[in-house]
Design a protein around this ligand. Structure first.
Ligand SMILES: *Cc1c(COP(=O)(O)O)cnc(C)c1O
Length: 426
């Protein structure tokens, strides 16, 4: 399942494998289209009878090379890049859910994802039930319906920092013949590989640690190839019955372990077109080359900052799953013993008002709508990313109105702490 070489080596050497005389560095195939010698050959590509590129809205070699690297990092069977994390999560679910279908999602997922699932996909006729990720196996399983097609959660929720109990969710999904999809953006495959804990499909907002420099918005979907669609063929007709838009091919018969990703590319990407620009894929690849160096440093710095915040009188609470005593410390030790992520959430005793004053006083840490890049930054979810949610929905999403989300960068830890100290005392 997982690759033989270590993930550090895959970060550098995965993906692009130049042949004799080819460029050492992954080229940017900055081309919308690809040339063929015969009309018949082009026809076979359109029928998916032959492998090859023909139009970048569906697929591009630069993108596929970077997707192959992420696929190897996660220990998957097939992968694709998308233009954003939002597109990745939408495609991952929409590829197997259509109007009239239902799925289950952890209530603590990222605000953008929750909006996509509960508002936008609802308009498309797909219904979602949000469940408390800490609820018992029985309680969650009660939400399964005959038309439920998948279960979705985040390995570490943004920004609630809830660590998902992968094995619990995988058991529920597999007992009911449906796949378990995990958004692994915050943990990254450096700290956690969800396929090793029963996830079937992994998604990423590559915008975060994978790019790591706040340069490019992007997403990725990786399929483990482990879910047996044919064994539950009645639930997944899109994969197991003829696709009229491809002269009746059946994805599972023709593509085996690549069926899910092939359908997502040939059908969903073809029709919706959220392709990542090859230039962005190239930049993402540079980020991936240092992911194994940056992520441990983010975690090391975040732990120091979390310990500092915990020691302060003016800080009401601190959430960081890497911190001893945190509600999710034990789950984190089980599923991601080498580290969690660089994001901390905390609240000041002065509440919402004190948060605004504190944030304005920071000098090194900047207020930006971003997390998980090299630079330390802060955000107030209730007034920024989650402002579309009501107070009730905020609580359900694990977001206290006083919550400050601090994304600890890879600067010197003492400098970051000093900046926080002066802002708290100002
Ligand atoms: C940011 C984020 C997304 C959305 O990704 P974009 O690249 O911003 O579209 C999805 N899931 C998680 C966990 C995120 O942090």
């Amino acid at each position: 399942m997982s690759s033989k070489r270590s993930i550090e080596t895959t970060c550098i050497q995965g993906g692009w494998q130049p042949k004799n005389g080819e460029p050492r560095i992954l080229p940017i195939y900055q081309s919308t289209t690809f040339k063929y010698s015969t009309s018949e050959q082009m026809g076979r590509l359109f029928d998916l009878e032959e492998n090859g590129y023909f139009y970048t809205r569906l697929a591009n070699p630069t993108n596929d090379t970077v997707a192959a690297k992420i696929c190897e990092m996660e220990g998957g069977a097939a992968a694709m890049l998308t233009s954003s994390g939002q597109a990745a999560n939408f495609y991952a679910v929409f590829n197997i859910c259509e109007a009239g279908d239902h799925f289950i999602c952890a209530s603590t997922v990222y605000g953008g994802t929750s909006n996509l699932f509960t508002v936008t996909m609802k308009k498309m006729g797909v219904e979602v039930t949000l469940v408390d990720p800490d609820a018992s196996e029985e309680e969650i399983e009660k939400e399964i319906r005959p038309n439920t097609k998948c279960i979705f959660g985040e390995s570490i929720a943004n920004p609630a920092l809830v660590v998902l109990d992968f094995e619990k969710f995988a058991r529920i999904a597999h007992r009911n013949g449906i796949p378990f999809i995990v958004d692994n953006t915050f943990a990254t495959p450096i700290n956690c590989r969800p396929f090793e804990w029963g996830a079937d499909i992994v998604t990423h907002s590559t915008t975060k640690y994978m790019d790591g420099h706040a340069m490019t918005v992007g997403g990725c979907i990786v399929d483990s190839g482990n879910f047996d669609w044919d064994a539950h063929a009645d639930k997944f007709p899109g994969l197991t019955t003829p696709d009229e838009s491809y002269h009746g091919i059946i994805y599972t018969q023709k593509f085996g372990k690549a069926a899910y990703i092939t359908k997502a590319t040939a059908q969903v990407m073809r029709d919706l077109g959220s392709i990542q620009a090859p230039m962005n894929a190239f930049l993402l690849n540079i980020g991936l080359e240092t992911l194994h160096l940056r992520v441990p440093r983010h975690c090391e710095n975040a732990l120091k900052v979390a310990e500092f915040l915990k020691s302060r009188e003016d800080v009401a609470w601190v959430n960081y799953p890497g911190l001893k005593g945190d509600k999710y410390y034990d789950l984190a030790q089980k599923y991601m013993p080498n580290g969690t992520c660089g994001v901390i959430s905390f609240g000041l005793k002065g509440g919402r008002e004190a948060a605004a004053v504190f944030m304005d006083k920071l000098k090194l840490a900047a207020i930006v709508t971003h997390v998980a890049d090299a630079r330390t930054c802060v955000l107030h979810p209730a007034s920024h990313t989650h402002r579309q949610l009501t107070d009730e929905q905020l609580v359900e999403a694990g977001v206290d109105p006083s919550m400050i989300r601090l994304s600890v960068g890879i600067e010197n830890a003492e400098d970051i702490i000093e900046d926080i100290r002066q802002a708290l005392e100002a």
